[in-house]
Structure formats: C-alpha cells, structure tokens
Design a protein around this ligand. Structure first.
Ligand code: ADP
Ligand code: NI
Length: 230
C-alpha cells in the first residue's frame, strides 16, 4: 500500500501493522531484545498509561518501536532507533506530531550509564521508559541479564573484575564486565530512576527480588549456603 492509501488507517490498524512489522524485524533475536520483550513492555506500558493518564496510542506505538534499531546492534549509532521509528510511522501516514513524539521517546529511552541522566519530558515517555525498565528487573530481568551476558561472551561473575559506575555513555558501551556486575552498574539503580509513581511502586518487588538473587548467588558462589557449617 502507498502512503496515500494508508491515510485512512484507523489507530487500531496502525497498531496492528506496527506490531506485525516489529515482530518480523525482531523474530529470532537471542539477545533479550526479542519480540516477547517488546510485548511485555507494551502490556506493562499500557497498564501504566491507564494509571497515569497517558495517551495510549502514543504509548503503544513507542513501546512497540522502542527496540527496532537499538544502538548496541547498530555500531553504537543511537540515532538509528528514532530514524527507523519515524520512517515506519511516516509510511503509515501517521500524523506528524505523533511521529515526532514517538521518535523522541525512542531516542530518549535507553539506559546510557549510571552517570547519564535520561529524563523523559512527557508522561507518555515516562510510562514507556518505566515499562522498559521494569522488564530489566525481577525474574525476567535476571534471565535477560545472563542471556545478554552470554551473547556478549562475558563471565557470569569474576570477583577480580571491579564494578564500574559508568560516568558516561562511552564507558557504559565498552565490553569487559561481568553479568553480575551489570546488576550493580545498572539494574539496582533503576528503582530510584523510575519516572512515574505507579512504576516506582511496581519496581519495588522486582528490585527486592534481584537483591535476593544477588545475595543467594554470592552465597552459593562461596559455598556458604549449605547446611554444613565448618
Ligand atoms: P532495554 O531493553 O531496557 O533497553 P538494554 O538494551 O539495556 O535494555 O539491555 C537488554 C537486556 O540486557 C536488559 O535486561 C539489560 O539489563 C541486559 N544488559 C544490558 N547490558 C548488559 C551487560 N553489559 N551485561 C549483562 N546484561 C546486560
Ligand atoms: Ni527494551
């Protein structure tokens, strides 16, 4: 269909086509950026949108498109994501204001290191960012961290590799860490960076779960968890 023919698409059509597009782009990804991640973010984002009074159309589009061209897989180019979102939505003749809003959410979304501020100027952006961050916490967050760490070929843990609170985006992108360190470098920081009240409350249990996971991981690492005290 041409852009002109797409001018009559309803919101429902636009969402359905965008979902099908993203699904085909992301299918088969083994890095934690799979379609199912996007679906979880979409679901949580819509729940947050309802609680926070955000526009569900913008939220759903941004949630669907937020990982289509992640900088980590485009040679560090962090403009690829918003560009891909803009091109796709323009092809569906989505109005300019919505296109720009969604593209700016995709651009501002990702975590870029402990020292880098990533505040979102609109409630729609805050909702999508919180939903994406919630998917990095809890049991799913643990699973994704080790899946991604395996993809990078990094160790589960290495007591000789120090944790680094990354001061800037360039430092955050560098390889050489461990998956367990990623909890300290990113995941444990997320709870205090949630942008909405509902997201903050939601993050608490998921945060507590990863704290327990780390404590248990380290006690098992040291063989301190068994019944035999010597
Ligand atoms: P998001 O989808 O929230 O933008 P990222 O793209 O930053 O998440 O990362 C995808 C998943 O991989 C997340 O669960 C994240 O915590 C994890 N991850 C990112 N960088 C690392 C790393 N260096 N080591 C282990 N896991 C990582
Ligand atoms: Ni994501």
């Amino acid at each position: 269909m041409s852009t002109a023919e797409n001018a009559s698409l309803t919101h429902r059509d636009i969402i359905a086509r965008t979902a099908a597009h993203v699904r085909s782009v992301l299918s088969g990804d083994g890095t934690g950026h799979d379609w199912h991640h996007v679906e979880r973010v979409r679901r949580v984002a819509l729940r947050l949108a309802a609680a926070e009074g955000a526009d569900p159309f913008v939220v759903e589009l941004a949630a669907l498109l937020h990982d289509v061209a992640d900088w980590k897989f485009h040679g560090g180019d962090d403009t690829a994501g918003p560009r891909a979102a803009r091109t796709w939505l323009a092809s569906l003749a989505v109005d300019e204001t919505t296109v720009e809003h969604v593209a700016s959410i995709v651009a501002g979304l990702s975590f870029k290191g402990a020292g880098v501020a990533t505040e979102m100027p609109t409630v729609e952006g805050r909702v999508v960012q919180d939903a994406d961050r919630l998917d990095a916490l809890g049991a799913i967050g643990v699973a994704r961290t080790f899946a991604y760490g395996g993809h990078r070929g990094q160790p589960l843990y290495d007591p000789d590799i120090a944790r680094t609170p990354h001061a800037d985006f360039a430092a955050y992108k560098k390889p050489g860490g461990t998956s367990l360190n990623h909890f300290y470098e990113k995941l444990l920081l997320l709870k205090n960076r949630m942008q909405t009240e509902t997201g903050r409350r939601w993050a608490e249990a998921r945060h507590a779960y990863i704290e327990q996971f780390i404590a248990r991981f380290l006690s098992e690492w040291n063989g301190d968890d068994g019944p035999v005290k010597v």
